[in-house]
Design a protein around this ligand. Structure first.
Ligand SMILES: N[C@@H](CCC(=O)N[C@@H](CS)C(=O)NCC(=O)O)C(=O)O
Length: 252
């Protein structure tokens, strides 16, 4: 079995997939795309993933897109170190949580990410180049045009942070209900993997406002202590490692 993963080091969606590969100790060829240079919008890549986003998995020539679909697929074809509950009800709960995660924290985290990390680069572009770049994105055109070259306004930033906060509270409730330490109980599942990059990103942006939720603090420590974590977050995977202006703002 040969796996090729088209991804980007700093991409939260890619980090989910790398974490599953690394946990299963599965070798994979990593193709790194430069998202700011637009590698994801090149015709050859769009043939693999018409959404123009990473990650994309090539498994012996079979193409699988979308990170939640990819991690479920990987767990199905390589069930060692499984992240999927055997019980059908728990499996349904896991999938429902993954939908919630994609709709809430995974979507909300893009607003502070773009405003704080990527905006300075977009501000250097001419208006024509910026609009052309935004319009070339199949999935994120409107998102980019709404952000524009001045960034998301304060009310949109506040709304994104509020959505993230509600997601931590929902995670807290799930951990309390299941008895923890993971979202669905004693075993780590794909729901934990799916939400991990959003919390890592917020922590990296110095915006981790879950310190009053001890179950989330423990959850975050636990996931960072997983052996696969270090391998997944190799140097360059955190925005603060790539964008010096973020380091200047965050405390040492
Ligand atoms: N639902 C998709 C979303 C993928 C996605 O948004 N990928 C981002 C990186 S995390 C991307 O490739 N962005 C490139 C762009 O916006 O042009 C998934 O989970 O795979």
């Amino acid at each position: 079995m040969a796996f090729k993963l088209y991804n980007a080091p700093q991409s939260t969606c890619s980090q989910r997939v790398r974490f599953v590969f690394n946990s299963k100790k599965l070798p994979f060829e990593e193709v790194k795309l430069n998202l700011l240079e637009g590698d994801q919008l090149k015709p050859d890549y769009l043939k693999l993933n018409p959404n123009g986003v990473v990650p994309t998995l090539d498994h012996d020539g079979a193409i699988v897109v979308d990170s939640t679909v990819i991690i479920e697929y990987l767990d199905e074809v390589v069930p060692i170190e499984s992240f999927t509950p055997e019980n059908a009800v728990k499996r349904a709960q896991m999938r429902a949580l993954m939908h919630f995660i994609d709709e809430m924290p995974a979507a909300a985290v893009r607003v502070p990410t773009f405003n704080l990390a990527f905006l300075p680069r977009f501000q250097k572009m001419s208006r024509e180049d910026f609009v052309a770049m935004a319009e070339s994105k199949p999935l994120r055109r409107e998102f980019m045009l709404t952000m524009g070259q001045t960034g998301f306004p304060k009310n949109e930033m506040d709304a994104a942070l509020a959505r993230l906060r509600r997601a931590y509270e929902r995670m807290d409730l799930e951990i309390e209900r299941s008895g923890g330490p993971w979202l669905l109980g004693k075993r780590i599942t794909l729901a934990d993997v799916a939400v991990m990059p959003a919390l890592v990103r917020m922590h990296d942006l110095d915006l981790a406002n879950w310190r009053d939720l001890p179950r989330i603090v423990t959850w975050f420590d636990n996931i960072r202590a997983q052996p696969a974590f270090k391998q997944t977050y190799y140097h360059g995977s955190l925005l603060s490692e790539r964008f010096p202006h973020l380091r200047e703002k965050s405390p040492a």
